[in-house]
Design a protein around this ligand. Structure first.
Ligand code: HEC
Length: 320
């Protein structure tokens, strides 16, 4: 027995209080330091219960390990009950304990008045800047000049792709020594290539092919950036999706991107979860703030591919 021996009864009570304090306050406080979030991450109630039961079981085993331990633990309790520590504290404890139990039972049984749980608004508009409302995806309807430039590039066999895609396209060209547009196996592109071969391309055919090329780039950018959460099938079932309480949106669902104007989708993608107003709580959205990582061109191309893959069209602005 060491010099700084504390009575077993106190040690047991202190251990129980310390474990409770650790899971209830210390772990949340540490989580706040580690995650640098403006709020602590609480330990779930069931887990607190679990830890406390384990602690009590451990304490019970410690105390009942030997008769001497039991005596050491119970000694002060008996002495307290006999009034060795004074009659007033004993009376106070004997009154306080039933009162405390009674209060707990009352508190658990008393009907509570609570605010109705607020529903989350998926498409809040309180901070949606109006100038976005009328925005059109510039890559879905290219201008005549853009179509002309694309046609010239296609004729000379040197179509330029967006930077992130160009590397893969170059590898592909090296390997197959072929026009990279051949890889875009959609009907409008194949028609364009056939007409190009025959030297007879109409502006409409060239425009449709350019849109296909933009979609191709959008799909590649989607796979690089959005797929982990929103999934290959754009149904919100990517490999990371199960990790979020507020699930990534399923774009094939009728209540999502189909019900909003394109400019709204653009704004949502640009600002992500951090850009949402409070009506979009109670759960925080994990959707990243894409304006930090993607250019406007990249975002528009992804949005185009997103609607295309989901087989949806955006809502048309009210004034049209
Ligand atoms: C870390 C996971 C994650 C990634 C990566 C991610 N998202 Fe999201 N996204 C979410 C979550 C979660 C939501 C649902 C909550 C919300 O509405 O913000 C969401 C919502 C959206 C919405 C709102 C749809 C609607 O109808 O309100 C759009 C649009 C969207 N994502 C597009 C994208 C695009 C485009 C990318 C890639 C550039 C992307 N997301 C990448 C998690 C992610």
């Amino acid at each position: 027995m060491g010099k700084f021996n504390i009575p077993r009864t106190l040690a047991v009570l202190f251990t129980i209080a310390a474990v409770y304090g650790l899971v209830k306050w210390a772990i949340p406080a540490a989580s706040r330091e580690i995650t640098a979030l403006p709020f602590p991450l609480p330990v779930p109630g069931t887990l607190v219960f679990f830890y406390m039961v384990l602690t009590l079981v451990a304490m019970f085993m410690l105390v009942t390990f030997s008769d001497r331990n039991i005596d050491e633990f119970m000694g002060p309790v008996w002495r307290f009950m006999r009034g060795d520590f004074g009659k007033a504290p004993r009376l106070a404890a004997l009154v306080a304990i039933p009162l405390l139990v009674g209060w707990q039972v009352y508190d658990a049984k008393q009907p509570k008045v609570e605010l109705p749980s607020s529903l989350r608004i998926q498409h809040p508009s309180s901070n949606f800047p109006k100038q976005f409302e009328e925005m059109k995806n510039p890559f879905a309807s290219p201008t005549d000049d853009e179509v002309q430039a694309f046609l010239e590039q296609a004729e000379s066999g040197e179509v330029e792709f967006i930077e992130q895609v160009q590397g893969d396209v170059d590898v592909w060209i090296d390997e197959f020594d072929e026009n990279p547009l051949v890889a875009i196996a959609t009907a409008p592109m194949q028609k364009f290539l056939a007409d190009l071969e025959a030297g007879n391309v109409s502006p409409e055919t060239a425009k449709a092919a350019l849109v296909e090329k933009n979609l191709f780039e959008g799909r590649a950018l989607y796979a690089m950036n959005c797929r982990p959460c929103h999934g290959d099938s754009v149904a919100g079932d990517g490999p990371m999706a199960d990790g979020f309480k507020l699930r990534p949106i399923n774009f094939t669902d009728n209540g999502t991107i189909e019900t909003i104007v394109e400019g709204y989708t653009f704004w949502r993608v640009a600002n992500g979860g951090p850009g949402l107003p409070t009506e979009a709580t109670p759960w925080d959205s994990a959707m990243p703030e894409w304006k930090l990582n993607l250019t406007e061109e990249q975002r528009w191309k992804i949005i185009m591919a997103e609607y295309d893959m989901a087989e949806k069209t955006p809502r048309i602005p009210e004034s049209h």
